[in-house]
Structures are given as structure tokens and as C-alpha cells.
Design a protein around this ligand. Structure first.
Ligand code: MF3
Ligand code: CO
Length: 287
């Protein structure tokens, strides 16, 4: 675009004072054969403001789950909390009716890797570890994050898996920098998981987010440092590795077509942060 024209992002600044430097730098990387994001993956200031509001509601919903989760409750009760709190604040739970998903939240217990469906017959019991994955639409903008909850006293095995998963996500976050690559995040996560004797799920990963639930890029957590898409200010995506005690392999529930289980019945844990790459670093929008 012409240097003195108003920038395409709607900031009101001239292109030369706004995205020109970023796009010149992207072109430099593209010329070296690197994968660079398309312009539509760079959120504008107005979009960022809206998406941040969605993310704030997403965090509020997760906080409400954290306050109420306990042994003896069903995962359907978690679903009700998520639906009620989200809609009371003017939001819509993004999973509800998403590609036929029947509930407002994913609840994945012990050997369930992800996409567990809340059910009044699934009662949380002492010793369970459960991932609650909350995704919110507010004013048409999407956000997504998940936490692990330990129900009462859990085994040393479960305790360690959840701790290492937290460490993996924090290390992945620390590796996320503008003008780095998605593979830097993956490598930090995969290295730490393997060091602890764990594996990272290969075929399910994270995703771009903000204007849609799942946008480009697909975010792998097993790719090498320096590989995959360039990290450019304005990009938003999730850091959400699934860490397995044993094999990274899984199978999908034949009855509901959603719930993913570990192939070897080992435990699996997942934590999800939604992040924004900025000019100076990375911002966590919801976790
Ligand atoms: N929150 C999940 C993710 O991170 C969404 C799964 S799709 C659903 O991608 F329909 F199961 F919610
Ligand atoms: Co996600």
C-alpha cells in the first residue's frame, strides 16, 4: 500500500507510521522461504479491544467453575455453570452446537485427552484430574482457555502430570516472542514433557482465534525450534498442549464421535492459554 495512505488496520495512522515496518519485515522472512501470516491473521486495534472483552468474560467463567468444582458433582453441573454465567453476561458458549457438539463446555477426566462431553452421569470423585475447556463468543468475537482441576487429594502420578503440564505451558509462553516462530513454543513444551518421561499429543493442537473459533494457523507442540509460522505482532492463537503419561496416541469415542481417550488408558492433562503477540512480547488474554 502507498506509504502516506491511512493504514489498512484502521488505526487512523499513516501506513508508514503503522504496519509498513511490520510488513517489510514479514516480506524479508517470506523471501527466505519462511511461513508468514496473511494480513487477516493480524488483528487490528479495534478487533483486539473486542476480543479482549470476550477473553475477560471467558476468564470470569473459568473462575466461577474454579469456585464451584467439587467431588460429587456431575460434569453436567459444570456445563450449567458455564452456560448460566456466560449468557448472564451477554455471551454465548462457543462449543454449543459447534459442529454438532451438544454442550457448552468440554470436560475431560483422567484418561480423556480432550472434548469430553458433560453428562449428568459423570460424577467427579476424589482423585480425579479434570480439564475444563471454556470458549466464549462475545459480540461476535471468540476466546478460549482451559484449566486442570484436581479433585481432592490426587495420586502422586496425577499431581506430577498436572504440575509438568503447567510448566510446559509456562515454558511455551516464555518462548513466544515477536519475530520468533511457532516451533520455538513447541520445542520448549516438547523438550520439557520428554525430560519428564511424558509425550505430547501430535495430531491435535492449538489454533488461531479471535474472529472465529478456529482460525489458521494449526499450532503443533511437537515441531522443532525455528520452524513453522513466523510470530508477528497482532497474531492471536492458543497454547494448549495435551501431555500424556504414556503413548501420545489416542482414539475417538465411537458413540459420541467427540471424546478423545489415550490409547493406553494412561492419564492425560491439558492447559490452554490464549495469547496475543505484541511488538514487545506476548500477552495472555485468557487462561
Ligand atoms: N476448546 C476446544 C479447542 O481448544 C474446542 C473444541 S470444539 C468443541 O479447540 F466443540 F468440542 F468445543
Ligand atoms: Co483451543
Amino acid at each position: 500500500m502507498e506509504r502516506n495512505a491511512l493504514c489498512w488496520c484502521g488505526s487512523g495512522k499513516k501506513y508508514k507510521k503503522c504496519h509498513m515496518a511490520i510488513e517489510e519485515k514479514m516480506q524479508f522472512h517470506a523471501d527466505k522461504g519462511e511461513i508468514v501470516p496473511s494480513r487477516k491473521l493480524l488483528k487490528t486495534p479495534a478487533q483486539i479491544e473486542k476480543i479482549k472483552a470476550s477473553a475477560a468474560l471467558n476468564t470470569l467463567v473459568l473462575d466461577e467453575v474454579a469456585k464451584n468444582i467439587h467431588a460429587g458433582m456431575s460434569t453436567e453441573e459444570i456445563n450449567k455453570i458455564v452456560y448460566d454465567v456466560t449468557t448472564a453476561h451477554g455471551g454465548i458458549p462457543a462449543p454449543l452446537n459447534y459442529e454438532g457438539f451438544p454442550k457448552s463446555v468440554c470436560t475431560s477426566i483422567n484418561n480423556e485427552v480432550c472434548h469430553g462431553i458433560p453428562d449428568e452421569n459423570h460424577i467427579l470423585k476424589e482423585g480425579d484430574i479434570v480439564n475444563v475447556d471454556v470458549s466464549t463468543i462475545l459480540d461476535g468475537y471468540f476466546s478460549d482457555a482451559s484449566r486442570m482441576f484436581k479433585i481432592g487429594k490426587v495420586s502422586d502420578r496425577a499431581e506430577k502430570l498436572v504440575r509438568v503440564t503447567e510448566e510446559c505451558v509456562e515454558l511455551g509462553l516464555a518462548a513466544a516472542k515477536p519475530w520468533g516462530h511457532l516451533g520455538d513454543i513447541a520445542d520448549a513444551i516438547n523438550t520439557h514433557a520428554q525430560k519428564n518421561g511424558y509425550s505430547v499429543v501430535i495430531d491435535i493442537g492449538g489454533h488461531g482465534i479471535g474472529l472465529q473459533f478456529h482460525e489458521e494457523p494449526f499450532v503443533s507442540y511437537v515441531t522443532p525450534k525455528g520452524s513453522e509460522m513466523l510470530l508477528v505482532p497482532g497474531m492471536m492463537f492458543t497454547i494448549e498442549p495435551m501431555i500424556n503419561e504414556g503413548s501420545p496416541d489416542f482414539f475417538v469415542d465411537e458413540d459420541n464421535d467427540w471424546t478423545v481417550y489415550t490409547i493406553d488408558d494412561g492419564l492425560s492433562a491439558q492447559i490452554e492459554y490464549m495469547v496475543l503477540i505484541t511488538e514487545t512480547g506476548v500477552e495472555v488474554l485468557t487462561k
